[in-house]
Design a protein around this ligand. Structure first.
Ligand SMILES: Cc1ncc(COP(=O)(O)O)c(C=O)c1O
Length: 400
């Protein structure tokens, strides 16, 4: 007769996984990845179903642009698929330097430096600028990579309520006597709300208190401003911005990021930004794609104009149904539902109707403010925008 076996003991790893995932499930914020097929484009296959994509950040539809694809393929043939090292060892290709010159020329800065992602840029640049004895001042809704960069820096961290300029001024006044240096860092476009930082007032205010100003314009680069230079161009305060961070993986249809500013800033980052120093350089196909996308974006302002027109139409169609998209003024259009389960149920029902608009929950947004985050593209047709608004309105009105 077989003896009863003792219950197998759970390993410490299994225990911690179970504990953590159990808590996440109990909060209703468990996530899973959807599988998409095909190039990032207005129409894609998601989970095997043909849908209209309203969930990406390939805003200008450049990721699959024939010239971008061809440049990337040519770079793979001529330069290979890897840079083969970090920039300071063997990975600094002429292609990287060319991209950086073109980005600097576009932004009107002296120099730029490429990073492998926006996340890496923020966790590299912030600790390169401030440390113990300094204070970094940031908006309450700053991106997670800004928050992590602030934490890594070991500088004092002061967070002001979202877009509250009076609170920012109070903070700057208070810390001016004690901080060696002050860095003010804000997102240009808030990625879950689609509003822009009040840069027209914020930049001069930070300058009055002698702070260094860093703008994370991950979503503004290429999409906002008369020539696509982003939120500071839109607000007319480019001259006051010391440092720009932008990404290559959103409107620029490739992968990676950059920090732009003075030549001396670039030299500093090359010497001290750990995520730059201790990481492999961007691969040639990514660099070539970004260079070509930058050229196409500059040559084709209609993409930016159509993107913003599509976003404005979506906001106004939803408003017609009594659905608020506040505080969005950009191509990121949130519809706050509130409750996690209901948000995800609407997301699934929209998918079944042929629209992919991702539900976003805590911790990406504050608890109880779960939302559908709609991101139209420049190349969505007007009737597709309208169809999304109609379908969403029907689902929001449906009983939970
Ligand atoms: C405001 C902001 N900053 C930084 C990042 C990070 O950029 P990346 O995706 O290139 O790491 C994002 C990306 O989602 C973002 O929204």
């Amino acid at each position: 007769m077989a003896l009863p076996q003792p219950a197998p003991e759970r390993s410490p790893l299994e225990e911690l996984v179970e504990e953590t995932l159990g808590a996440i499930r109990a909060r209703g914020t468990h996530r899973r990845m959807r599988v998409l097929e095909g190039a990032q484009a207005p129409r894609m296959r998601v989970g095997g179903r043909e849908v209209l994509l309203f969930a990406g950040s390939n805003y200008l539809d450049l990721a699959h642009h024939p010239e971008v694809v061809e440049a990337s393929a040519r770079a793979a043939r001529e330069w290979g698929c890897a840079a083969g090292g970090s920039r300071l060892i063997s990975g600094n290709l002429a292609l990287h330097e060319a991209l950086e010159h073109e980005l600097a020329e576009f932004l009107g800065t002296e120099a730029a430096l490429a990073f492998t992602t926006g996340y890496a840029a923020n966790v590299g640049v912030i600790p390169a600028l401030v440390g113990e004895g300094d204070v970094v001042v940031s908006d309450a809704l700053s991106h997670a990579s800004v928050v992590d960069g602030c934490r890594l820096s070991k500088a004092g961290l002061r967070v002001f309520p979202h877009a509250d300029l009076d609170a920012l001024e109070d903070t700057l006044r208070e810390i001016s006597a004690i901080a060696r240096r002050v860095l003010v860092v804000v997102d240009g476009v808030y990625s879950m709300d689609g509003d822009t930082a009040p840069l027209a007032e914020l930049v001069p205010l930070a300058k009055r208190w002698d702070a260094i100003v860093l703008i994370d314009d991950a979503h503004g680069t290429g999409t906002l401003g008369a020539t696509g230079r982003g939120t500071a161009e839109l607000a007319g305060v480019e001259a006051g911005v010391d440092i720009w961070m932008g990404t290559l993986g959103k409107s620029l249809g490739s992968f990676g990021a950059f920090v732009a500013g003075s030549e001396r800033l670039r030299e500093l980052l090359v010497n001290v930004a750990r995520s730059f120093i201790f990481s492999c350089a961007l691969a040639p196909p990514q660099v070539a794609a970004a260079r070509t996308a930058l050229r196409v974006m500059r040559a084709e302002p209609w993409r930016r104009e159509r993107l913003q027109a599509n976003a404005a139409r979506l906001r106004s169609r939803l408003a017609g149904y009594g659905i608020s998209t506040a505080p969005s003024t950009t191509q990121i259009v949130p519809v706050v539902i509130g409750e996690n389960a209901r948000t995800m149920a609407i997301c699934e029902r929209l998918l079944a109707r042929g629209f992919y608009a991702q539900g976003i929950r805590h911790p990406s947004v504050a608890a109880e403010t779960a939302r559908l985050r709609l991101t139209p593209m420049a190349t969505h047709r007007t009737e597709e925008i309208d169809a999304l608004a109609d379908a969403l309105a029907a689902e929001v009105a449906a009983p939970a």
